[in-house]
Design a protein around this ligand. Structure first.
Ligand SMILES: Cc1cc2nc3c(=O)[nH]c(=O)nc-3n(C[C@H](O)[C@H](O)[C@H](O)COP(=O)(O)OP(=O)(O)OC[C@H]3O[C@@H](n4cnc5c(N)ncnc54)[C@H](O)[C@@H]3O)c2cc1C
Length: 294
């Protein structure tokens, strides 16, 4: 029998001070879909569980000031999936939310839990990296904002320090002429974590001839979700031709460090990175062209 004390702070400040007070003996619980399994397997043994769901401001989706989207860490994946604001502002985030687990899991699982669990395959991470999202971190001395890319250190490890928790994430507004896409490849048709997941975000010039901006990110192919910088670079500033997209897909493979595990071999993952990067780029491009017409 696992024994722990269950705490329900009413404010972010109180949650941080409890985390600080109890140090490594305390853990945040949000939806519990990752944590309860870890408790059962005894890979974690906290003495205090701090439930952050009752802290209302961190369970919201809103149009942030100067940002396209502000999403509280305790917002469920289901709320993200069903939010018209998310669909309008980041269609790829909707695609990622829809791809996570089953409806039952999505009703419990939170975006904060998905990111703080720091699995290399985390469903929401590639889209958020491609959209240049910021992580808003709350601690006993106030809050700090960092690029989400710096949030992940390695599998299961984040930059969060003693007494800190993720309060929300923000996504900058997409410029006119932008399109994005998220594609997940699992070994089963549903309820499977990604073997490879890819997100692409492209902004075209007003004429539609060139890519003004391009961001590509990959999951499950390195110890943490990563950006494919060299792949992005050859698209940026150029006409995104078929040849260039294939070259970007080849570079994305080179930038990844996939391993072989029970789900797939490293070679299979490499093959899938090429296929998914090409597909995600083409889809993002198609959507960017459509957005220029509207
Ligand atoms: C059947 C099943 C299917 C699944 N399928 C998928 C899938 O397809 N894709 C996928 O990516 N994941 C999947 N998962 C994993 C899981 O559902 C997600 O990672 C989920 O988003 C975790 O959110 P949670 O709120 O349940 O996190 P919790 O389990 O509550 O917490 C996870 C970790 O994050 C920490 N934490 C949570 N919130 C914060 C915060 N705000 N600040 C600091 N630390 C925090 C907790 O202390 C804990 O260490 C699946 C899980 C199950 C059981």
């Amino acid at each position: 029998m696992i024994r722990f004390e269950y705490l329900e702070p009413k404010t972010l400040k109180k949650a941080s001070s409890l985390l600080h007070q109890h140090g490594k003996e305390a853990m945040i619980i949000a939806g519990g879909t990752d944590l309860l399994r870890q408790l059962k397997l005894r890979t974690v043994r906290p003495r205090f569980l701090i439930n952050i769901k009752p802290i209302l401001p961190i369970d919201r989706i809103s149009n942030g000031s100067g940002a396209a989207l502000k999403i509280g860490a305790a917002t469920t994946i289901g709320s993200i999936e069903h939010s018209p604001v998310v669909r309008a502002k980041s269609f790829a985030l909707y695609e990622a939310a829809h791809a996570l687990g089953s409806p039952q899991i999505r009703n419990l699982a939170t975006i904060g839990g998905n990111l703080c669990n720091a699995a290399p395959s985390a469903e929401t991470a590639p889209v958020l990296l491609a959209r240049q999202a910021k992580a808003h971190i709350s601690g006993i001395d106030g809050s700090r904002i960092i690029d989400l890319e710096s949030f992940f250190l390695s599998a299961g490890k984040t930059i969060l320090q003693k007494g800190e928790l993720l309060s929300h994430i923000s996504i900058p507004a997409a410029p006119a002429g932008s399109g994005e896409a998220y594609i997940k490849h699992g070994m089963r048709s549903s309820m499977d974590i990604a073997v490879v997941n890819v997100a692409a975000f492209i902004t075209l010039t007003p004429s539609g001839n060139k890519a003004r901006q391009c961001f590509i990110s990959l999951g499950a192919v390195a110890p943490k979700p990563i950006r494919a910088y060299r792949a992005e670079q050859i698209i940026r500033g150029n006409a995104p031709s078929e040849k260039l997209i294939l070259e970007a897909a080849r570079l994305a493979v080179e930038e990844a460090q996939p391993i072989s595990d029970m789900r797939a071999s490293a070679q299979y993952r490499k093959d899938m990175i090429a296929v998914l990067t090409e597909r995600a780029l083409k889809l993002a491009l198609e959507r960017a062209r459509l957005s220029l017409k509207h």
